[in-house]
Design a protein around this ligand. Structure first.
Ligand SMILES: Cc1cc2nc3c(=O)[nH]c(=O)nc-3n(C[C@H](O)[C@H](O)[C@H](O)COP(=O)(O)OP(=O)(O)OC[C@H]3O[C@@H](n4cnc5c(N)ncnc54)[C@H](O)[C@@H]3O)c2cc1C
Length: 379
């Protein structure tokens, strides 16, 4: 069974590392980078240049999976073909698609052209370079940063940047830059409950971050954004750097007559995570639209991508052995948001569907523990 796994993110890498050499199973992992990116730690790389990648080759030892470092151009499910950017065409018996998501700029005028994103290492480097430049002494121009979107990524980024600004200000004797966090919705971190959100909000304000909830970003230029309140009042906020973390959509790279797509362009999958209409194609992670036990879309998180990947790895081996496939049963073990340094807020799941709210250093350790668990799971 010739199997292609596209993407070595949380989903694809989990699938690949779950495999063991199995008669009849020949697997190739296709990834544009020679490394896996800990996307959940990109905000740390943006502020502190932390290393957030791991080389792939050592992780694949003992799995029987080969690596092809190449960029996928498109996937044609009806022809069973994967076209690579270098012109080569790969064919398959079984396909696993885990190519993740891209930033959604919602066609806001000027945003895609003028805003940085936080989706890969190059984005993190761009932000890190800007912060260093404004503290270089010979920088001329606006030093302030506008971050659009106060979900997990936006909040984690602004808190880390605020810490970095404090550090550099002390070290170089320059005033910190102002960070504006712009959010169209009425609150930051809509995934958290009110008490945890209030704690996060206080932490942001303690850092001096200007939190503008209820402000829709309407337009961006090279050096400003225009925001609008619910009652129509518009303001222009000048900025040296604009960063958009306000939305994602599935990578639009797979074609197929029978494909069904849902919100955010995610590909509808069945109980075993196979694309509807294509029983030989698994779609996992941010690209797939898996449903939970209540029939609601599973969130696009690393936690769920990893679960889907591990299950798909198991199912690939079941397929090779002619055994029945296992169905996907998502579980959310908890959710933690880092608020800079050793501060975090979040909750963990207890028996009988109870949630335990945790804040401060312990929440930070819980967040780190989930990252260590991920690291251990792919070794
Ligand atoms: C800053 C930030 C913080 C986050 N924090 C959290 C968190 O705390 N908890 C949480 O659960 N989730 C978090 N997330 C979300 C989480 O990172 C994603 O849900 C997760 O990465 C999705 O996994 P995936 O495998 O679908 O995609 P990805 O991890 O994005 O992997 C996709 C892979 O495909 C490769 N690829 C893409 N296109 C091509 C191509 N054309 N050819 C070849 N290879 C390609 C990429 O290089 C990448 O390796 C965060 C995201 C960000 C950006």
């Amino acid at each position: 069974m010739k199997t292609l796994i596209l993407g070595a993110g949380y989903a694809g890498l989990a699938a690949a590392t779950k495999l063991k050499p199995t008669p009849g199973l020949e697997a190739l992992l296709v990834e544009q980078n020679a490394y896996h990116t800990f996307e959940t730690r990109l905000h740390e790389a943006a502020a502190h240049n932390t290393r957030v990648t791991l080389p792939l080759i050592p992780l694949l030892r003992g799995t029987g999976v080969n690596l092809e470092q190449a960029q996928v151009d498109s996937v044609n499910l009806d022809e069973r073909e994967v076209l690579l950017k270098d012109g080569r065409v790969l064919t398959y018996d079984t396909l696993v698609v885990g190519l993740g998501s891209v930033t959604n700029f919602y066609r806001i005028p000027g945003l895609a052209e003028n805003a940085a994103e936080l989706k890969d290492v190059a984005d993190a480097d761009e932000i890190f370079t800007f912060v260093n430049r404004v503290y270089s002494g010979d920088y001329v121009g606006n030093r302030d940063i506008v971050v659009g979107g106060a979900g997990l990524t936006g909040v984690e980024l602004v808190t880390e940047l605020a810490q970095r600004a404090e550090l550099l200000s002390k070290a170089r004797g320059l005033p910190p830059f102002q960070i504006h966090l712009v959010e169209a919705g009425p609150k930051i971190l809509p995934v958290l409950d009110d008490a945890l959100r209030a704690k996060a909000q206080r932490t942001l304000e303690g850092y001096g971050i200007n939190v503008l909830t209820g402000h829709r970003l309407m337009q961006a230029t090279a050096d400003s954004v225009t925001v609008q309140t619910a009652d129509g009042e518009q303001k222009v906020i000048p900025a040296g750097k604009i960063i958009w973390t306000g939305g994602i959509q599935a990578r639009d790279i797979v074609r197929g007559e029978k494909l069904e797509k849902g919100p955010g362009g995610r590909i509808a999958v069945d109980a075993e995570l196979r694309a509807k209409g294509y029983p030989d194609v698994f779609v996992i992670g941010d690209m797939g639209l898996a449903l939970n036990q209540e029939g609601k879309p599973v969130p696009t998180t690393a936690q769920h991508a990893g679960q889907q990947g591990r299950l798909t790895g198991k199912n690939l081996m079941h397929l090779a052995k002619g055994q029945p496939l296992e169905a996907y049963e998502p579980t959310t073990l908890g959710e933690f948001v880092s608020l800079g340094g050793l501060m975090a807020v979040g909750w963990m799941k207890l028996p009988w569907n109870q949630k335990l709210a945790i804040t401060g250093g312990i929440a930070h350790v819980m967040k780190r523990a989930s990252e260590w668990r991920w690291r251990a799971s792919i070794d």
